[in-house]
Design a protein around this ligand. Structure first.
Ligand code: SF4
Length: 214
């Protein structure tokens, strides 16, 4: 098959996003939060864990821990117990305490508003940073999770499993103002239709735009 031009790919993606926006008008981030700190903690907890499980855990967690200092002021074993069911809890508890300590020491207990600052925090990579920036501060960013990786490859928008390469390749394919919506739409599509191992191609609204349709 001939290599698709950048312009064609951009036009195809624009159509894909229009269709998905019409299909999923309720698409939004799956994690529950009411502040940048809560989303930061929820995103750290979401590694190797479903949003549903994280939301169950954070319901009581956020009632107990309201500030960065609250996370630092308890013994790590107590925090481990509070987040245990999200998996990898020892590492996550260690990162959360280190991250909150850095927030207190360097940012007055607040969550910073730039990617460069966010990625210096313990347990925070580009995925978490972009998630916080786009959902809390409305700053354009593409959060590359497993759904975005899988579906961007199926749609042949990218040809890579490397999150950073995918992020930069996608940035070239659409205007900034679509980046945040892109995440919500693709992740919702991945949960409801283009499900891993059993994609529902027959009912997929972007079937005619998808080179992997079955
Ligand atoms: S056609 Fe199938 S593989 Fe392509 S996006 Fe839709 S569900 Fe996924």
């Amino acid at each position: 098959m001939a290599r698709e031009s950048l312009t064609n790919k951009q036009a195809r993606l624009a159509l894909i996003l229009d269709r998905l926006a019409a299909a999923y008008p309720d698409a939004k981030v799956g994690l529950d939060f009411t502040s940048p700190l809560e989303l930061l903690i929820a995103t750290i907890l979401s590694a190797q864990c479903t949003d549903e499980r994280v939301n169950i855990v954070t319901k009581s967690l956020f009632a107990k821990y309201r500030t960065a200092a609250d996370y630092v002021d308890v013994p790590v074993e107590e925090l481990e117990l509070d987040i245990k069911s999200t998996g990898f809890y020892r590492n996550k508890a260690k990162n959360i305490q280190a991250c909150c300590q850095q927030l207190i020491e360097r940012f007055g207990g607040n969550v910073p508003t730039t990617l460069d600052e966010l990625v210096t925090l313990a347990g925070v990579g580009r995925k978490t940073a972009n998630c916080v920036l786009s959902n809390c501060y409305n700053i354009p960013g593409i959060t590359v999770d497993t759904h975005v990786t899988r579906i961007s490859n199926l749609l042949k928008l990218v040809n890579s499993q490397d999150a950073v390469k995918i992020e930069f390749a996608l940035m070239k394919l659409m205007p900034e103002e679509r980046w945040n919506a892109f995440d919500h739409l693709i992740i919702t599509h991945g949960r409801r239709t283009c499900i891993a191992r059993r994609p529902q191609c027959q009912t997929c609204v972007i079937r005619d735009c998808c080179p992997s349709a079955q």
